[in-house]
Write a new protein. Structure first.
Length: 366
């Protein structure tokens, strides 16, 4: 194998693909990047048996071939090469020669035969969606994905398409996030994508509102395609929560409030808490004001916000982190809070429309 390519292109590709390199494995090839040189381009792949990332960059290929190289070492070498043009060559002993300007490296490679095949699957669904839209939808829901492996199904988000609406749902037992947008797709379908896969996908997305990306769904795997990158991942099998039944139907107390103002007030209450010292932020909705308070062994904090409140007076307590997560992901200047008593989950949603709906489970007050 022998080729010439751009150091910048190679460095960017290696950085992004390396996110799928296994950090804990007894299989040496999984700690590496598979490089395949074909006519006009090279393909780089990494795979940790859960997530695989593949991309290709332009190259002048003199001799086709393939090799696996240590991801950590190769990444450090490429980043520090002195010139823009990089030449790579591999001999029959699997020694890989990397040259740029006067710098020259020789590193030991691994046969490509040792690298496990990435999953292949028959395409059953391909969803094409704007890059900016899917980026926002995932960012606004991924915070509620569970980190508890005891219930694996909730370590991912439900992607549900119904009547040309894409809905992403994440839940962890303390909060739930739902994001909905209309898309141009005719089939109804649902599948659960791991939170880790979504996180890696987000890192590859830019801010182009018009660029299109693809989500290709198989029976057991999903593939995201963005520009020259492909991310392939297993789907999570199991029965996801019937989430609609968990959304409170009443509207005993309804509050419209400036999102930034409420965030700032909750953050002020949180100053006297810590990871070791937890206490709920107590919120009393009465008349035309919200009275906030928090008391711990460190001290006490109080605040009052003026706003419009309709319905019953109510006092309710929240873990400040869960409440802030919902408010900071609301992405609107003003939110509507819907409360049905002090023990029912509070709904956070837009004042108009239904693009998002967040639930925050309250904490019992002493």
């Amino acid at each position: 194998m022998k080729f010439n390519c751009s150091r910048t292109d190679l460095a960017n590709a290696v950085t992004n693909v390396s996110r799928a390199v296994s950090s804990k494995t007894t299989i040496p090839a999984l700690e590496g990047i598979l490089i395949r040189a074909k006519e006009g381009h090279i393909i780089l792949s990494a795979y940790d048996l859960e997530i695989g990332i593949t991309t290709k960059i332009e190259a002048s290929v003199l001799t086709p071939g393939e090799i696996v190289v240590s991801a950590r070492l190769f990444s450090e070498i490429v980043r520090k090469l002195p010139e823009e043009v990089v030449t790579m060559e591999t001999d029959e002993r699997l020694i890989t020669y990397i040259t740029s300007g006067q710098a020259d490296y020789q590193i030991v490679g691994i046969s490509s035969v040792e690298f496990p095949d990435l999953p292949t699957f028959e395409t059953t669904d391909e969803i094409v969606i704007k890059e900016g839209l899917i980026k926002n939808m995932i960012k606004q829901t991924i915070y509620a994905v569970s980190e508890n492996n005891a219930k694996a199904i909730y370590t991912g988000s439900l992607f549900e398409i119904l009547n040309k609406n894409l809905r992403i749902v994440a839940v962890d037992g303390f909060r739930m996030a739902i994001r909905t947008e209309a898309i141009d797709y005719d089939r109804d379908t649902r599948f659960v994508i791991p939170g880790k896969t979504q996180s890696e996908f987000l890192k590859l997305l830019g801010n182009d509102e018009e660029e299109m990306v693809s989500i290709i769904v198989g029976e057991r795997h999903v593939m995201f395609k963005v520009k020259e990158y492909s991310i392939i991942s297993r789907l999570i099998e199991g029965t996801f929560l019937d989430y609609e039944t968990t959304i409170p139907k009443g509207e005993e107390t309804v509050v419209n409030i400036n999102t930034r103002v409420l965030i700032s007030a909750v953050e002020r209450m949180a100053l006297i808490t810590s990871e070791k010292i937890q206490s709920p932020v107590k919120c009393t909705f009465t008349g035309d004001e919200i009275r906030l308070s928090c008391s711990t062994a460190v001290g006490k904090a109080t605040d009052v916000l003026r706003t419009t409140i309709a319905g019953n007076d109510v006092t309710i307590g929240f873990n400040h982190k869960y409440l802030l997560d919902a408010l900071k992901n609301a992405d609107t200047d003003e939110v509507r809070l819907v409360i049905n008593g002090g023990l029912s989950p509070m709904i956070v949603k837009p004042v108009s429309g239904d693009s998002f709906l967040f639930l925050v489970v309250p904490m019992r007050l002493a």
